[in-house]
Design a protein around this ligand. Structure first.
Ligand code: UD1
Length: 419
């Protein structure tokens, strides 16, 4: 089993290019199922989750050619040979549920394993299903699977109000609506940048979509969509993670391949804690200080503070001067990193969805376990700034969403190695 061994206390310096977004590419690979023509996806991140999604669409009949060197994937779903996403893949990769929309749209039938629980919460799919039903799909749930079918072969446009602006539900319904009959309107839709990237991919394919990036998205169904080329947007969570690491180690780094507007909540919180952040068109510079000040943070859907940065900021404020309060409003069990940070000496109390963190001068290196992707990233950040050696185990979670994070950190001067 692999682990990261980190000798803390080295400020990060230099520049690094941010990889493309994991959360943007997964729905886009899935959306390739909408067309019989070949799609070329460029600037792919080399991540385990991307491999998982390629495996899934290939099980459904798509021909997938991955060229790691040129960072491209070609997906051609000339014909679909299946409509089932098995539990083995869905349990590893929750985003597998995103094939339901394209399968229903193209084949009128889809059988996808229920994602079940995951470490950060129960993560139901009721909003996805209500939306498909509103579009005329019949849904059955049995033996651990959701079975959906369109009695009339084609979905029908509908107005769908989401009780919560779920990213996954918005993406699944958008892709389902592309080939539906008539107009679909998604109200209280998610407005994350990854939704905009998906809309831009679908629009290139020939879909008629307006309002992506706002809380109301309208999709006018078309008969057919086509193969296209698309370059994936930069990963705002990887960027935010590296920014936090630089700030915490008192470093000075410049990140390229970023969209500063996507990082506004992270930038605002770093600045509030005393860090200098300089935004340019496609790059961002972060200059750390000796010790940041405490912060109060509440996670919200975009453009609020992202839940995917909560764990990293929990680690950050462990070192801050003063008491911080972090409230997690999106997932009910997203404080798995707290027990591990406590093993490093962090002073954290958790009450329900709130963590109160008393900052101390430095954490101490210890052996800690990555319990999920972002919790793992938080432990890496903590280790980079801690006194002594930190060993992070179970790093397969980190590899799901960060492309060889140790290489990037080493180039920035960190003492981290994979063992
Ligand atoms: C996506 C991101 C994930 C991020 C999350 C929130 C991907 C692959 N993953 O996950 O990194 O943390 O957005 O920004 O893009 N919910 C329901 N019913 C549903 C759907 C969701 O109750 O049908 C709830 C969830 O349990 C959760 C909240 O809504 O509490 C947000 O979930 P959602 O926005 O759907 O997250 P994901 O798409 O799973």
């Amino acid at each position: 089993m692999e682990a990261f061994v980190i000798n803390g206390g080295k400020p990060l310096h230099g520049s690094a290019a941010v990889s493309s977004s994991k959360n943007a590419i997964l729905p886009i690979i899935s959306a390739c199922l909408l067309t019989t023509e070949e799609c070329l996806i460029k600037q792919i991140p080399g991540l385990d989750d991307v491999t998982g999604m390629c495996e899934l669409v290939s099980n459904l009949g798509a021909e997938v050619k991955v060229n790691g060197r040129s960072r491209r994937i070609k997906v051609c779903a000339r014909s679909l040979t299946g409509h089932t996403a098995d539990y083995e893949l869905v349990s590893k990769l929750r985003a597998s549920f995103l094939v339901m929309g394209p399968l229903l749209a193209r084949a009128g039938i889809a059988k996808v394993a229920l994602p079940g629980g995951c470490p950060i919460g129960s993560r139901p799919v009721d909003l996805h299903l209500k939306g498909f039903e509103a579009m005329g799909a019949e849904i059955e749930n049995g033996h651990g699977f959701i079975f959906a079918r369109c009695p009339n072969k084609k979905l029908k446009g509908a107005t769908i109000y989401l009780d919560f602006p779920s990213v996954g539900a918005t993406e699944n319904l958008m892709t389902a609506a592309v080939l539906a009959e008539g107009r679909t309107v998604i109200e209280n839709a998610a407005s994350e940048p990854e939704i905009v990237d998906l809309a831009s991919f679908l629009t290139k394919m020939g879909a008629k979509i307006t309002g992506a990036g706002t809380d109301t998205i309208a999709i006018d169904g078309v008969d057919k969509v086509y193969g296209v080329e698309h370059a994936i947007m930069p990963d705002r969570i990887e960027a935010g993670t590296l920014m936090t690491a630089a700030a915490l180690t008192g470093g000075d780094i410049t990140l390229t391949n970023v969209v500063p507007d996507h990082l506004k909540p992270v930038t605002a919180k770093l600045r509030e804690s005393g860090i200098e952040v300089i935004e340019n068109k496609n790059s961002i510079r972060v200059k750390g200080i000796a010790r940041p000040s405490a912060l109060d943070i509440k996670t919200h859907p975009f453009p609020g503070f992202p839940t995917d940065m909560q764990a990293q900021f929990s680690a950050y404020v462990c070192f801050a001067e003063g008491t911080s309060m972090i409230v997690e409003t999106i997932f009910e069990n997203r404080f798995m990193h707290v027990n591990e940070l406590r093993r490093m000496g962090a002073q954290i109390r958790v009450d329900g969805r709130t963590a109160i963190i008393e900052g101390i001068e430095a954490l101490q290196g210890a052996q800690v376990r990555a319990t999920d992707l972002r919790a793992g990233a938080a432990l890496v950040i903590a280790g980079l700034a801690a006194k002594g050696t930190t060993e992070v185990i179970d790093i397969h979670h980190i590899d799901r969403g960060y492309e060889f994070i140790e290489n990037k950190l080493q180039r920035l001067g960190a003492d981290i190695k994979r063992v």
